[in-house]
Design a protein around this ligand. Structure first.
Ligand SMILES: Nc1ncnc2c1ncn2[C@@H]1O[C@H](COP(=O)(O)OP(=O)(O)OP(=O)(O)O)[C@@H](O)[C@H]1O
Length: 722
């Protein structure tokens, strides 16, 4: 088994239900009205933004007090809202907890009042603000909070029952919803896109939360996010607002370009926090770092978070810290929701607890007095680092952000960076399968069905990378377009009343389902393929009937076997040359991603090893600077010592021929040098798992070697190039 990392680490950062749960909890613990803006105290009153810029309509200030019970706007909220209400689009970059949500919630509440004042629209025609947000649990949380405030909001997510879904549709038709939330994946659903195109009153504002996921240069790129700008055009959104807590200038520019937003539409506030002491220490081995960590936590008592990369490290480290007499506990995404909630509760109440956690811990934590945030492994990027240290010292008191590094941690980061790139052979094989002679016969507009799950295993490509390949085929090459994915298998458990209902339901769908269901002891299988082929009833009607019965508890439905459906947009590649060209194009894009991942680690290390002020370098990474463009913050490790940190020596190794030979003996396949290099380096992949090698002694047996050296060595003994 590959080491358990929190899913977030593998999936570019924003898919963890755990994080949303924690956010919900944090909000419960911190009543919103009392919640203090962590950064307000950092901004001198003279520099605080004007409360109401001249163009801010009174409807906005009314909504702020009436609906949210707040007195004044903060940071650049008023400016951003004013621009949106003027009809412009905006990019909002405020730190975590800075109040980004109000920048679209307030306009959503103002449209109706403004329409009435200008007498431009009739009743029910005030349209909808659509919010694209990556976490379902976070969406639910937001919708609940809005509904509690009497605001008409809803979320279109997969957890909705058919009845709830139909109710939302009805409300939309009646012009009864002001804010509608959906996930980026929903944009692949053709019915949803059509629905949004013709929503009553139109989409007045499209809000894109976690907008940095749009940027291919960003640390948390999510392929489905790339489709948001096309979607905005298709549904003719009147204006767009993109929100994020972390964006470099390049990422901000990418977001602006995606939606044609000029520079005046960028609202960024400073991330610099003068009370955070950015510190770093290095050692040759991890072992040497433990005493330093113990000493730091002992001499700076108070609530602390120690971040590590792997789940198992959280347990081990917490136990080590307990042995040292510290009140330490482990937290990771593999724990049950109940355990996590309990632990978070404890942390909020306690003043001496040290949480050893993966990145799953922290989002939504608004504990003011966190005194230490320690990185005991290398964070994935400066963006993650900045977000994580941002949890320290929200009460404005001095707090430590310690970054411990040693050479062996670099290996772990390289495993992540190199794990996603498939070999050229894998991409070629995939494309040959997708564009086989059966696909050639499809007309333009014809439907192509694939199981990405199976393809990932067959071609040794990780799920997120495979998704990325399909997005490239869709957006870069325009060959196919994603449609609504479908379930290919339906099975159900009939209730006691099933037979009675079935005999009294005379609809054609009920008759067909009866004919094409195969009963077994517990689960009844429905052969939908044959049913649609041999009856006049459509698949949609059959699925709707099954869903209705499920709703009415006549049966318990279990769909399975997701197939991704694509529409052919233009002539598909047929010849070997065309497939080769496409393979090269896709592979080189993925190669660039790998390089960028490696560079992100280098930049992260550069922050603490370059002879420069850490705080200034971090600010500059985000296109910012220290207040008054000061040269130094005077309290980071560089400013305190003026000595550059040495990252710890990687001992030179001699090529381990016996280990090399053992891998070749164990794996007879010679079709993929990258597979062999991964095994040697200790990088898991679908094929490594299939070969049951993750726990074998050869796995990771050459992990102290340079990866490229391994790749070159294995390429020499393989029949194909990497
Ligand atoms: N002008 C304001 N005055 C007082 N409180 C505010 C103001 N704006 C927002 N808040 C409060 O700040 C808290 C954080 O706001 P919000 O959740 O919108 O932040 P965010 O920037 O979206 O954070 P994240 O990056 O975590 O999503 C909320 O409790 C909100 O009510």
């Amino acid at each position: 088994m590959p080491p358990a990392v929190d899913k977030d680490e593998e999936d570019f950062g924003f898919d963890s239900a755990d994080e949303a749960e924690l956010l919900a909890l944090a909000d419960e613990n911190a009543p919103t009205a009392k919640r203090k803006l962590p950064f307000e105290s950092d901004i001198p009153p003279s520099k605080r933004p004007a409360i109401n810029p001249p163009s801010l309509p009174s409807s906005a200030t009314n909504a702020l007090t009436r609906n949210f019970g707040l007195k004044a706007f903060r940071l650049k909220q008023a400016e951003a809202i004013s621009r949106v209400l003027d009809g412009g689009s905006a990019v909002v970059i405020f730190p975590t907890g800075g109040g980004k949500s109000l920048c679209y919630q307030i306009p959503a509440l103002c449209f109706e009042e403004e329409d009435k004042l200008s007498n431009t629209r009739s009743k029910g025609e005030h349209g909808v603000t659509l919010v694209v947000s990556p976490l379902i649990a976070l969406m639910k949380d937001q919708v609940d909070a809005l509904v509690k405030r009497g605001i008409r909001a809803a979320a279109m997510d997969s957890s909705k029952s058919r009845e709830e879904y139909l109710k939302i549709c009805e409300d939309l038709r009646n012009g009864d919803i002001k804010l509608l939330y959906c996930s980026p994946e929903k944009l692949n659903n053709c019915n949803f896109v059509e629905q949004m195109k013709s929503v009553r009153g139109g989409i007045r504002l499209l809000a894109v939360d976690e907008a940095h996921c749009i940027s291919q240069w960003g640390h948390a790129f999510r392929p489905d996010y790339l489709k948001v700008s096309r979607f905005a055009r298709e549904i003719q959104a009147e204006r767009v607002i993109c929100l994020t807590a972390t964006a470099t200038e390049k990422v901000a520019k990418d977001i602006r370009d995606a939606f044609n937003i000029d520079e005046a539409g960028l609202f960024r506030t400073s991330m610099y926090r003068p009370n955070l002491r950015l510190l770093a220490e290095s050692a040759n081995t991890k072992q040497d770092l433990y005493p330093k960590l113990f000493a730091l936590l002992r001499s700076n008592p108070g609530p602390s978070i120690v971040y590590v990369t792997l789940q198992k490290q959280t347990e081990q480290l917490a136990s080590d810290l307990r042995d040292q007499g510290l009140n330490a506990r482990a937290f990771h995404a593999g724990m049950s929701p109940f355990e996590k909630t309990l632990l978070q509760d404890d942390f909020m109440k306690n003043d001496d607890m040290v949480i050893c956690a993966t990145i799953a811990f922290g989002m939504g934590i608004d504990k003011p007095n966190i005194r230490n945030v320690v990185h005991f492994n290398i964070p994935s990027s400066l963006e993650s680092y900045s977000q994580e240290i941002g949890r320290a010292g929200r009460d404005g008191k001095t707090s430590n952000c310690m970054f411990f590094i040693c050479a062996e941690d670099l290996h772990l980061r390289e495993i992540f960076a190199r794990g996603d790139l498939p070999s050229r052979n894998s991409i070629r094989g995939l494309l040959q399968e997708v564009f086989h002679s059966g696909t050639w016969k499809l007309p333009i507009g014809g439907e192509l069905r694939v199981s990405q799950y199976t393809q990932g295993k067959d071609h040794d490509i990780r799920p997120t990378t495979l998704k990325n390949v399909y997005v490239q085929l869709e957006l870069t090459h325009g060959i196919i377009r994603a449609m609504t994915p479908i379930y290919t298998k339906y099975q159900f458990k009939p209730s006691a009343s099933y037979a009675k209902y079935l005999s009294s339901d005379n609809s054609p769908a009920a008759r067909v389902l009866e004919k094409f269901s195969k009963h077994a002891k517990i689960w009844t299988q429905v052969d939908l393929e044959s049913a649609t082929k041999h009856s006049g009833v459509s698949r949609a009607q059959l699925v709707a009937k099954l869903n209705d019965w499920n709703e009415e508890n006549i049966l318990e439905l279990k769909p399975g076997g997701v197939e991704d459906v694509y529409k052919v947009i233009k002539e598909v590649p047929k010849t070997a040359d065309e497939i080769e060209g496409l393979t090269d194009a896709i592979h080189s894009k993925l190669q660039i991603r790998e390089q960028e991942d490696l560079e992100r680690t280098e930049k992260m290390l550069g922050l603490i090893t370059k002879p420069a002020c850490f705080s200034k370098s971090l600010a500059q990474h985000f296109g910012d600077d220290l207040p008054g463009n000061k040269k130094e913050c005077s309290h980071c490790t560089w400013c305190l010592t003026h000595q550059a940190l040495v990252r710890g020596a990687t001992p030179g190794v001699r090529f381990n021929y016996p280990a090399f030979k053992a891998i070749l003996d164990q794996v007879p396949d010679r079709d993929d040098p990258r597979l062999l290099a991964r095994i040697a380096f200790g990088i898991s992949s679908p094929r490594v798992t299939q070969l049951k090698l993750s726990k074998h002694s050869v796995f990771g047996s050459m992990d102290n070697h340079d990866f490229m050296t391994l790749l070159r060595a294995f390429t020499k003994v393989c029949k194909t190039d990497d």
